[in-house]
Design a binder for this molecule. Structure first.
Ligand code: B16
Ligand code: MG
Length: 229
C-alpha cells in the first residue's frame, strides 16, 4: 500500500472501541432510572452511547415523562450519583478488559509513525485508561471536561487534530456510536464504525467488532474517501 494513502493520525473513541464500559454505564444508569421508577433496558441504553452525562440523564427523564419535574440542582445530584455508581465499577477494571486486537493494532500504527489520539466524551477517560494501563499508548488524550460541545458536535475530534497540528482529512476517527460517527463526519474526517450496521449506517467502513478491524481494508477505504469531491 502506497504510504501516501495512509492517514497521519487515528483518533479513537474509548467506550465501546478500546474497552467495553457501555455495560458499566448501563448498570449505573439502570440503578438510577429504577430509583426514579423509570424502565431502563439495553435497547434504550444504545441511545446513550457516546452521549454526554447530562444529555443522557435528560434522555432518561424524558423517557419516563419526568423531564420537567426536577430542578437543575436535582439533576446535577442525579448525574453525580450515577457517576459515583459508575466510578465504583470502573476502578475494578484491569488490562484484560482491553478489547480484542486493539493493542496489536495500536502497536502497528505507532511503528508506522501514525499519531494515535483519544476522543472520548467521558470525563472518566483518564481513570479508565489508567486501569487498563494504556496511558502510554496514546500521543494525545482529549480532556472531555475542556471540550465545549459534546458529540455529535465535532469539537472533541477537532481538538485532537489540532493537538497534532493536522488537517481533518489526514485523520481517521473510530467510533461505536451513531453520535460519534456524526461527530467525526462533522469534523471532516473519515469514520470507521465498530458494531451493527443497523446502528451505524453512516460509517464509511464498518467492522462488526474490534477483532475484525483490518488496517488494509481501512486504508483502501481511505484512498477512495480522499477522492471524493
Ligand atoms: P462520563 P465515549 C461516552 O464515552 C460514553 O459512550 C457515554 O455512554 C457516556 O455517557 C459519556 O462518555 C460520558 O461519560 O459520564 O464518564 O463523563 O464513547 O465517547 O468514549
Ligand atoms: Mg463509544
Amino acid at each position: 500500500m502506497d504510504k501516501l494513502m495512509k492517514p497521519k493520525a487515528f483518533i479513537f473513541d474509548l467506550d465501546g472501541v478500546i474497552t467495553d464500559t457501555a455495560h458499566y454505564h448501563f448498570l449505573a444508569w439502570r440503578d438510577l432510572a429504577h430509583g426514579l421508577g423509570i424502565e431502563f433496558d439495553e435497547v434504550f441504553n444504545e441511545k446513550l452511547k457516546g452521549v454526554g452525562r447530562m444529555e443522557s440523564l435528560e434522555l432518561i427523564l424524558e423517557k419516563g415523562g419526568k423531564a420537567q419535574q426536577f430542578s437543575a440542582a436535582e439533576k446535577e445530584a442525579m448525574a453525580t450519583r450515577k457517576n459515583e455508581l459508575y466510578k465504583a465499577l470502573i476502578v475494578k477494571m484491569t488490562p484484560a478488559e482491553v478489547l480484542p486486537n486493539i493493542k496489536p493494532l495500536l502497536a502497528t500504527l505507532r511503528a508506522d509513525g501514525i499519531k494515535i489520539g483519544l476522543a472520548s466524551a467521558s470525563k472518566n477517560a483518564f481513570t479508565v485508561l489508567a486501569c487498563l494501563e494504556m496511558q502510554d499508548n496514546f500521543d494525545y488524550v482529549a480532556d472531555a471536561a475542556k471540550i465545549p460541545n459534546s458529540k455529535p458536535a465535532p469539537d472533541v475530534f477537532l481538538d485532537v487534530a489540532q493537538a497534532f497540528q493536522l488537517q481533518a482529512k489526514d485523520c481517521i476517527g473510530v467510533e461505536d456510536a451513531a453520535a460519534g460517527v456524526e461527530s467525526i463526519h462533522r469534523a471532516g474526517m473519515m469514520a470507521v464504525g465498530i458494531g451493527d450496521p443497523a446502528h451505524l449506517p453512516e460509517a464509511d467502513v464498518l467492522f462488526a467488532s474490534t477483532q475484525l478491524l483490518d488496517l488494509d481494508t481501512i486504508y483502501a477505504a481511505y484512498a477512495q474517501w480522499l477522492k471524493q469531491p
